[in-house]
Design a protein around this ligand. Structure first.
Ligand SMILES: Cc1ncc(COP(=O)(O)O)c(C=O)c1O
Length: 355
């Protein structure tokens, strides 16, 4: 049976990336060694890191004022590393709370200083993005989650502010052309559109660093990682290599414009199918719907388990909604083919016809 991988992360990777990664485990670049066996300070691996850094910058259209780092600890570590590096005792971390991940960013930042939630959509169970932001005068930065993986909402244009803008882009990085230059720090845990899991992408504008008095341990200090060329200590070598393979794949396929074309086609098909079938409904505000993660429900909740059982039987993987939200979540990252969404929509129609 053909499987369709709608996992929210780690999630589907392009088949050719898997083939190349598997080959490199046996023989990396004709060195006769496995990618798992080479030292991270060898010229072989330094070239991998540098090519990955350059490809990220090329895809993002960013210049030398930004640095690209491949760190560890996941996006969750960035919830604390961002305030640790950027928030001092006189400032306020302004954070938009439009979902569970933004909410976690609020909690972690409050360990380091003052935090103000500057927009919050919990009043409607996070089914929209609250874009009415009131920044406090001494905001050190504004933090947004560009795509709310759990709730299925996505910012489609970004707040214009006169303080550094920080974006948690874990679940929509590289999904479409994006004005990355509007951000001062971007981070993305893996893996969704880039990875394997185990590496965290951080892209930071150098001019925002070095402005606070707090002592920062080297391993958590962005500046130290920049000085070390993102090789401060043993990095997640394999995860970085697979990240490079996914970045090369995005470029080869036609870059972010092509990713947007494919992702929009998949998302339109799915959302239109939901709208066309009374058996399903999507509570997410239309203008805020995510093209990466679609969250929707059965109109009759007693039918949900039967629908999930059918999905399992037909090889539709990972479509059960997040535990706090329930319902159905279909993740449609870059590597997911249109044919998987087509197959899923046929299954929805067939199911709707039986109830
Ligand atoms: C938007 C967002 N932020 C943060 C996280 C947490 O990432 P990690 O598991 O890498 O810490 C996730 C995980 O899915 C996410 O989707």
């Amino acid at each position: 049976m053909q499987l369709h991988n709608f996992n929210s992360g780690p999630s589907i990777l392009p088949p050719e990336v898997l083939t190349q990664a598997a080959a490199a485990i046996h023989n990396f670049n004709n060195t006769g060694l496995s990618i798992l066996e080479i030292g991270h300070r060898t010229s072989w691996f330094v070239e991998v890191v540098q090519e990955a850094q350059q490809t990220v910058k090329r895809l993002m259209g960013l210049g030398d004022e930004y640095e690209v780092l491949f760190l560890q600890g996941g996006a969750t570590m960035q919830f604390m590393q961002v305030p640790m590096n950027l928030l001092d005792e006189n400032g306020i971390a302004a954070i938009c709370d439009n979902g569970v991940w933004g909410n976690k960013a609020v909690k972690e930042a409050s360990v380091f200083g003052k935090v103000q939630v500057v927009s919050d959509s919990s009043d409607k169970k996070y089914t929209y993005i609250n874009k009415h932001i009131q920044l406090p005068e001494n905001a050190s930065y504004l933090h947004i989650t560009t795509n709310n993986t759990v709730e299925g909402t996505q910012w489609h244009s970004y707040p214009q502010v006169n303080v550094p803008l920080i974006g948690d882009m874990s679940s929509d990085i590289f999904c479409r052309p994006t004005p990355f230059h509007e951000f001062d720090l971007i981070y993305a845990g893996a893996q969704k559109n880039m990875g394997a899991a185990g590496v965290t992408l951080v892209v930071v504008k150098k001019s925002i660093l070095g402005k606070i008095s707090r002592k920062i341990p080297s391993i958590l200090n962005y500046q130290k990682h920049i000085e070390a060329g993102s090789l401060l200590n043993t990095p997640p070598v394999f995860s970085i290599y697979v990240s490079l393979l996914t970045l090369r794949w995005i470029e080869k396929e036609g870059g972010l414009a092509e990713m947007e074309k494919r992702n929009t086609e998949k998302a339109n098909l799915l959302y239109n199918t939901i709208e066309s079938l009374p058996a399903f409904y999507c509570p997410i505000a239309k203008e805020d719907r995510s093209i990466m993660n679609a969250v929707f429900f059965l109109t009759d909740p007693t039918k949900e388990q039967a629908f999930l059982d059918l999905c399992k039987k037909e090889g539709m993987i990972g479509v059960k909604g997040y535990r706090t939200v329930g319902g159905i979540r279909v993740s449609m990252y870059n590597a997911l083919p249109l044919s998987s969404v087509q197959a899923f929509c046929i299954l929805m129609k067939n199911f709707a016809a039986t109830i």
